[in-house]
Design a protein around this ligand. Sequence first.
Ligand SMILES: [Zn+2]
Ligand SMILES: [Zn+2]
Length: 140
Amino acid sequence: MQELDFSNLLKKYDLKATPQRVIFLRELQKAGHLSIEELESRVKSVIPTISTATIYKNINSMVQKGLLHEVKLPGIKTKYEITKNRHAHFFCESCQKVLDIEINTSCIYQEIDKEFSINEVNISIQGICKECMKDNKKVS
Ligand SMILES: [Zn+2]
Ligand SMILES: [Zn+2]
């Protein structure tokens, strides 16, 4: 996977491109979706001296500016991802993995935008991912 130009991306969202923020974004790009605790442990392995408060502060400002997106899934902690095109999420109940599903959600907006003012559409699907299905077959 090619690394995004994080400094430019931060500037685009009107945020200062600090080395810390670049590290947060790099970890998020690698993992896709991380809870704040998962991100914290990854960031601390790169910058052991960073404080939890600093991590939370940076995440909040990146969410406020729209660079990071909160992914809320039923039954698990909020995860964060780098904002991209609208997509749905698949959550594997076996390995707890969160996967992006590219489906066109714009029809939802078209369909009900006349009646409601939509801020956000969250589509999440729960089930068992391909790898876990394979593992299950091996066992049985
Ligand atoms: Zn799985
Ligand atoms: Zn996603």
